[in-house]
Write a protein that binds this ligand. Sequence first.
Ligand SMILES: C[S@@+](CC[C@H](N)C(=O)[O-])C[C@H]1O[C@@H](n2cnc3c(N)ncnc32)[C@H](O)[C@@H]1O
Length: 264
Amino acid sequence: MPESNSETKPVDQTTGVNVAIGWAHDFERPARVYAHQNKLPIINEMPAWGGLCLYLDQSGWSLIESTQGKLDHKSAFRLSLAAKYTAQGRDPLINAMGKANTILDMTAGWGTDALHIASGGCSVVAIERDPVVYLMLDQAAMFAGEFAAPGSLRFLNMDSAATGFQQRLEAELQSGHEFELVYLDPMFSGKSLKRAKSKKPMSIMQQLVPPPEAGNESALFANAMQIAQKRVVVKRALKAPYIDGRVPQGSIKSKLLRFDLYKP
Ligand SMILES: C[S@@+](CC[C@H](N)C(=O)[O-])C[C@H]1O[C@@H](n2cnc3c(N)ncnc32)[C@H](O)[C@@H]1O
């Protein structure tokens, strides 16, 4: 465990959360409050087989991998949402957005695609259900301050596949909010992730987020088709089957990926 005061929890079979909680000296209280709010039980040791620790110190939360019960602080992963997009050449994700300006990303993940789309000038609301992934997004958005890009970007912690999602979203956004396009990227594994440019965030994501339950993709797609006014875009690995077996009206392809386009 870290040199400083900390307690941790291993994979919790009841909540399905794959993370321990740890803190540097003086950060016990806020870390415990977060653990309590998110129902993360706290225990005393990192499991010997390794695992991830959600760690709080003066720089905020980070995710740290462990080996043989010891945290490797050098491996700390912190999410940054600094906008670095410049529209250049062929960009399949931006092309898939067509002329839409208001986008709902129902599977935010690390917010990379949402940030890219917002940086292209769109207004994006991005939803993430995992509490730890959302915490990292929320913190990164706070550190990014005023979003320095042409569009806007906002994250919400909700389950996009839940029954009544649309109503809850409207209540959260205080209505008046319509989405021309809904974007889905529920990919969990596959060659495209293994070959992803940035392996570290992907590897952390796969350790952190449990595989989605059967029926998640169908429910996401059904909600997306209900909410989108003009288009639903689904990101898939190039050779992956269509979401929910539904044949799209078109696809935009890159070397490793496919963006399937559906008319609601
Ligand atoms: C492959 S990642 C998305 C990556 C993202 N496009 C990016 O650019 O970083 C999938 C994410 O969708 C989230 N997710 C899956 N099902 C969800 C649901 N029903 N509601 C909200 N988020 C969901 C997972 O927790 C995971 O963070």
